[in-house]
Design a protein around this ligand. Structure first.
Ligand code: SDX
Length: 428
């Protein structure tokens, strides 16, 4: 409870007292529930100033560029922990001991294969289908295969569904890539770790052993960690809203994948590469920066700006360092797109428009440079984002169900027609 109160004066009514709650970190919140009894709603399109829930998973300070997962800074997790350790942390609230880590890694390994019937689902898609379209379909279809773990009120069912989703999402992602290039699906190799296994299923083939470059595998693991969770972003809020209806976890994660696909959200990494390729040369950067600043031009600098960060996205800093490591490992010394990206960042960060609007590179700005260097096609970039983010979606879904949250049901400001009688068709 709280002893802090906000008093709201409403014309023609007595004032209303609204409780103020404080969290561990971040802004206080005002509980506006009492407004319903006064026949009023709050109004906040885009949820810019709305806390939709209470959560213990991730904290972001947008002004300071801070991102914590269960209290641990993202740069420490990305450089010192493996992705599956971060998955354990997000799910259970603490980093695993060595024994807990080994058991968790083994459990995830045990669930990496998918039911063989799922292979047939891919055959319904055209070979040139966007892999995100395939992922929306096949992840949602998982609920048709796991009837033994769909009771969302059973904590054990929720845990097995979490294991299955974290374990199978890389397998399905690699299958969507293999399907698009007409190569056979690769089974997971449980002698490999999570990121190595993904690269094996993406680039391996049945005719030869996979020789996974450990530097690339480490970079892939780090990319998954940098995408693991991000508070109440659009796709996570979608998963929470879907989950609040009691929908099964596979359907909820499929809804998160669908929301992530948009270019304003997870689809931005694919859009950044297209933008850098369209710019084509550092000499054209000023032209595109001018377009981004032009109110009459819908063009935006993809990979720049963020609803919450009004400072550097801490993930972008780690991603930029990783890009340098990967290109160096691959002997790519003069990647033109990286040169354009770095020059674009320099120019934008010195430009009054970007400074005034506090637009900095976000997580999507550099990730595509790395993924392209690894050999992952642009159309797979958002799929990679979805692979890393699945654990965050699952952790929030599990927290919301565990908190026995009510069904989410926002209201509106209605500005349509007042009540009127329907005219016969010859009177319209
Ligand atoms: C992700 O929420 C999350 O946490 C998301 C994410 C996660 O991990 O889940 O971090 C992942 O989605 C990162 C964002 C990826 N999207 C992009 O890179 C697309 C390009 N960026 C934008 O479209 C935009 O910045 C958003 C969508 C990210 C944020 O939009 P907001 O908060 O609604 O901000 P806005 O659109 O109201 O912009 C504020 C002003 C506007 O100008 P004014 O109307 O005030 O004059 O800044 C301008 C915008 O025109 N602006 C940009 C810009 N982004 C904002 N101008 C040029 N280029 C841009 N990229």
């Amino acid at each position: 409870m709280t002893d802090k109160i906000a008093t709201l004066n409403i014309p023609g009514q007595d004032s209303v007292e609204l409780p103020i709650y404080s969290g561990t970190l971040g802004p206080d919140v005002i509980d506006v529930g009492a407004l319903t009894k006064r026949g009023m709603f709050t109004y906040d399109p885009g949820f810019v100033s709305t806390a939709a829930c209470e959560s213990k998973i991730t904290f972001i300070d947008g002004d300071k560029g801070i991102l914590l997962h269960r209290g641990y800074p993202i740069d420490q997790l990305a450089t010192q922990a493996e992705y599956l350790e971060v998955c354990y942390l997000l799910l259970y609230g603490e980093l695993p001991t060595q024994a807990q880590k080994e058991e968790f890694v083994e459990t995830i390994r045990y669930h990496t294969m998918v039911h063989d019937q799922i292979n047939n689902l891919f055959k319904g898609f055209r070979r040139d289908a966007h892999p995100m379209a395939i992922m929306c379909g096949v992840v949602g279809a998982l609920s048709a295969f796991y009837h033994d773990s769909l009771d969302i009120n059973d904590e054990k069912h929720r845990e097995i569904a979490a294991f299955r989703l974290i374990a199978k999402i890389p397998t399905l992602a690699a299958m969507s890539y293999k399907y698009s290039i007409g190569q056979p699906f690769m089974y997971p190799d449980n002698n490999l770790d999570y990121a190595e296994n993904f690269l094996h299923m993406m680039f391996g083939n049945p005719c030869e052993d996979s020789n996974i470059n450990p530097v690339i595998a480490k970079a892939m693991d780090k990319i998954f960690t940098l995408h693991a969770d991000h508070e109440q972003n659009a796709s996570t809020s979608t998963v929470r809203l879907a989950g609040s209806t009691g929908a099964n976890p596979f359907a909820c994660i499929a809804s998160g994948i669908a929301a992530l696909w948009g270019p304003s959200h997870g689809g931005a990494n694919e859009a950044v590469l297209s933008m850098l390729e369209e710019i084509g040369d550092v000499s054209r950067i000023d032209e595109f920066v001018a377009k981004a600043k032009d109110k009459n031009d819908p063009f935006r600098l993809m990979g720049f700006g963020h609803r919450v960060y009004k400072n550097f996205d801490p993930r972008a800093k780690v991603m930029k360092e990783t890009a340098d490591d990967v290109l160096k490992e691959l002997g790519i010394t003069d990647d033109p797109l990286l040169e354009i990206a770095k020059r674009l960042e320099e120019i934008a960060l010195e430009d009054e428009y970007f400074i005034e609007k506090k637009l900095y590179p976000n997580v999507d700005f550099y990730s595509g440079i790395i993924l392209k260097a690894i050999g992952i096609p642009t159309s797979m970039f958002t799929v990679i984002f979805a692979v890393g983010r699945t654990v965050g979606w699952v952790a929030h879904w599990n927290e919301m169900i565990g908190d026995k949250s009510r069904i989410g049901r926002p209201r509106q400001l209605y500005t349509g027609e007042p009540k009127r009688d329907m005219p016969a068709i010859d009177k319209r």
